[in-house]
Structure formats: structure tokens, C-alpha cells
Ligand binder design. Structure first.
Ligand code: ATP
Ligand code: MG
Length: 417
């Protein structure tokens, strides 16, 4: 190995200490709240057949066209590190024959991979939590999945800092009409569009609305919105969704500029945005994807869901909002090597009884007491020759500085109190 120090790959991070605890708190909270809404957790592979993500020629999203980790494995198959988990969940629904037992409500948490330019809140390996309701066409599902996402942010104490922005992308008919109107609008300004957007104009003009380019954004400001092109069905879905959000007590703002980064959405599209994370302002995003399960080879399965970046949610947590620290330890101390065996039995009986405990690996009584104090142990259990013979230990309360003799049998009970 060269003498150069090894570093984590660009755009990846080690989660250690407080950083891990914050991360863990987000996932634990999301797990608990999503269960209250009836979601069951799934875990799908972190790599999939590339076709799960790149479906046909229509794919124009940045994620699929520029950001995927695609490689050929040793068997010559093209596989991709998942950039998101919705496609994997839909694939799993079909692979496992679960399209016969709908609806399903699925929660997931895990790492995702995108080849992006790393910056604060944007990584190449990051983590998402997500919730999907599969097999429900009613806008009640859209509202419920959003309410769950909002509830998670409330529970994390960060809902105040983010705003829910919702939009409708209509059904296919609405979108076709809207697309024609957009093509008309942007074609008139073709030369002022960014190179990317000129390409989008051909392939998927809706994407232009999502462009981050300054020049594009000016043209987008005068572009028509979809409202005038909604079919009665699409309008009904949109109206009912907003009523349901009110009924669930979820505050929101309408934003006709939300189209979302992935190509498969219809009807509802939404984002929770914050101004507290600089350029990386979207913490949670999602929408309805009625055609995706079918693209995976399943039957038509109207579905809706969201994903949220765990790192971004964790960045919003205050320093004081960490997962409670690990329980304070009890430190078991054999006075000499002869008592080590007895001390080890005591140690295991504590752990079996649900008491967090440790024993040092070496050192005399003084060294071991120092270690117990240094790790902020709540008690030291001293096992000397006389104690070992009588089945007792000296229990020293390290906070109070008091010491008493306690029978080994009574220890768990005593330390639980
Ligand atoms: P952005 O506009 O920030 O690139 P996106 O539209 O690509 O986001 P989605 O595909 O909707 O994001 O993913 C949902 C959430 O996952 C985002 O809102 C964000 O919180 C998080 N996320 C996406 N990409 C990254 C990344 N590279 N690093 C960290 N978090 C990410
Ligand atoms: Mg992105």
C-alpha cells in the first residue's frame, strides 16, 4: 500500500459519534411514525438490474441520464447502484407476486448512490427514508402519505422550518395538452434556452420548468401553468387532495413550478422545502406514479409516495436533539486474575438482565477504577477473593461515592431500580 493516507471516497462520509446518532434518530423516528400510519418496512437490494432504473428511451431525468453508478459485473450483466428506492419497491412488488394483495403501504430506509458534485447536503452515497402507498388511486392516499411525512418532521421538531409545496401534473391527457403549450412557449425563445433545456424541449419540455439555469428560470416565469389544461378528472383529483390535506391538518402552499426530478410522476407532485440548508433546500419530495409498476411488468397499479434525505433532515436537527446517549455502564472489576472467571459470570448475568456492563481487559484495581470513572460508569462492581467465595460483590455508586455489599443474585434487581 502507498504511504498516502486512505480517505473515504469523494462524496461519502463516515458516520461516527453525534453524526451517527443524529442520523439514527431520523430513521428511528420515521420508522415509528410510519408504523402508526400502517406502513410495513421493506428492504430491497442496493443494486438492481439497470433496466429497473433506465426504462426505455423516454428517460430524460438527470438522475438516470447523468448520475447513475452503472457497471458491468463479472458475469457481464449491467447493474446499477440504486439512485432511489421507489423503482426497487415497484420491482419487488411485481417480483414477489404482491400485486394480487393490494393496497400495500411500504416504508424503507437505506443508502442511495448518485454521481453528483459533492457539497454540503449533497453526497454520492446518501441515505433516504421513504414511504409508498401502492395500489390506491384515490387522492386520500396522496394526502395520507404526505401527512405521514409531515408528521415525521413534526416529531423531529423540524416541521416549522420547512414548507410543503404541492402541484398537480395532471393525467396523461392534461399533460399532453400542457406539453404542447409549453413547446409553443419555449420554441419562441429557443435560442435563449440553456443547452440542456434545448434538448429537453425535444424530449420532455416539462423538465425545463425544473431547470436550475438562471436564463431558463426567467423564461419559465412567463410560461403557462398547467391549471388551464387540466381534464375534469385531473382537476377533481387536485381539488380533493387539497381538501384532504386540510382535513389532515397539513399546511401547504401551491407551487405550479414543482415538476420533480424523476420522470414517472402524474397528478400530485410535492416537495418540503427549507431555506435553512442553502442550495440543498428540498428535504422531502414525492408524488403520484400511476404507471411505474406496469413498467416493471405488473398490472396497472396507481401509487404515490415520497423520499427524504436523511442527511438533510439530520442537518436540521438541533445539536440538543440527539438520540439519547447509550445507557451508562456498570464496570465490573476483578481485584486479581484469580477472580476474573467469577467477574465474567457476573458481567454476563448483568447483560442477560438488561444492564449495560463492561469489564476492563487488563490492569490493577487502581487502573480499572480510573477507567470506570473515565467512561462515566454509574457503578463499579468490585470482585475480591473474599467476595467471590461468598457470592457477593462490592457495589460502588460512582455518583454518590457510597459502597455496599450486594449478593450476586440480587444485583440485577438492585441496578434496575
Ligand atoms: P435535488 O434537487 O436536491 O437534487 P432531487 O430532486 O434529485 O433533489 P429526489 O430524487 O426527489 O431529489 O430525492 C429525494 C430527497 O433525497 C431529496 O429531497 C434530498 O433530500 C435527498 N437527496 C437527493 N439527492 C441527494 C444527494 N446527492 N445527497 C443527499 N441527499 C440527497
Ligand atoms: Mg438531484
Amino acid at each position: 500500500m502507498s504511504s498516502q493516507k486512505l480517505q473515504p471516497p469523494r462524496g461519502t462520509r463516515d458516520l461516527i459519534g453525534d453524526e451517527f446518532r443524529r442520523h439514527h434518530r431520523v430513521i428511528k423516528t420515521a420508522r415509528r411514525i410510519s408504523a402508526l400510519y400502517g406502513f410495513e418496512e421493506w428492504a430491497t437490494p442496493i443494486f438492481e438490474d439497470t433496466r429497473v432504473f433506465a426504462r426505455g428511451l423516454g428517460e430524460t431525468s438527470d438522475v438516470v441520464s447523468k448520475e447513475m453508478y452503472v457497471f458491468e459485473d463479472r458475469g457481464g450483466d449491467s447493474v446499477t447502484l440504486r439512485p432511489e428506492n421507489t423503482a426497487g419497491v415497484c420491482r419487488a412488488l411485481v417480483s414477489n407476486g404482491l400485486t394480487q394483495s393490494l393496497p400495500r403501504k411500504v416504508f424503507y430506509a437505506g443508502p442511495m448512490f448518485r454521481y453528483e458534485r459533492p457539497q454540503a447536503g449533497r453526497y454520492r452515497q446518501f441515505h433516504q427514508i421513504g414511504a409508498e402507498i401502492l395500489g390506491v388511486a384515490e387522492p386520500l392516499a396522496d394526502a395520507e402519505v404526505i401527512a405521514c411525512g409531515y408528521h415525521i418532521q413534526r416529531e423531529l421538531g423540524i416541521a416549522e422550518g420547512s414548507v410543503l409545496e404541492v402541484n398537480t401534473l395532471g393525467d396523461t391527457e392534461s399533460r399532453d395538452a400542457y406539453r404542447a403549450a409549453l413547446v409553443l412557449h419555449f420554441s419562441a425563445h429557443r435560442d435563449s434556452l440553456s443547452e440542456d433545456s434545448q434538448r429537453r424541449l425535444e424530449k420532455n419540455p416539462l423538465r425545463i420548468i425544473d431547470s436550475k439555469d438562471e436564463g431558463d428560470r426567467r423564461l419559465v416565469a412567463d410560461a403557462p401553468t398547467i391549471a388551464a389544461y387540466l381534464t375534469p378528472t385531473a382537476r377533481a383529483h387536485w381539488d380533493v387532495l387539497r381538501r384532504h390535506l386540510d382535513a389532515f391538518g397539513v399546511p401547504f402552499r401551491e407551487n405550479p413550478r414543482i415538476v420533480r426530478g424523476l420522470d414517472y410522476y402524474s397528478h400530485t407532485a410535492f416537495e418540503f422545502v427549507t431555506d435553512r440548508l442553502g442550495a440543498q433546500g428540498t428535504v422531502m419530495g414525492g408524488g403520484r406514479y400511476d404507471g411505474l409498476v406496469e413498467e416493471m411488468g405488473g398490472p396497472p397499479t396507481p401509487s404515490v409516495g415520497w423520499a427524504a434525505g436523511v442527511e438533510r433532515l439530520a442537518m436540521l436537527l438541533e445539536a440538543g436533539d440527539l438520540t439519547p446517549p447509550a445507557p451508562r455502564l456498570v464496570n465490573v472489576i476483578p481485584v486479581s486474575e484469580a477472580e476474573e472467571g467469577v467477574a465474567m459470570a457476573v458481567l454476563q448475568s448483568l447483560r442477560a438482565g438488561g444492564i449495560a456492563a463492561e469489564m476492563g481487559y487488563r490492569g490493577n484495581l487502581k487502573r480499572r477504577m480510573e477507567r470506570a470513572n473515565k467512561q462515566n460508569a454509574r457503578a463499579a462492581l468490585i470482585v475480591g477473593e473474599a467476595e467471590a467465595a461468598r457470592g457477593v460483590v462490592q457495589l460502588r455508586d460512582l455518583d454518590a461515592g457510597t459502597q455496599e455489599e450486594v449478593p450476586v443474585d440480587a444485583l440485577v434487581e438492585r441496578l434496575r431500580g
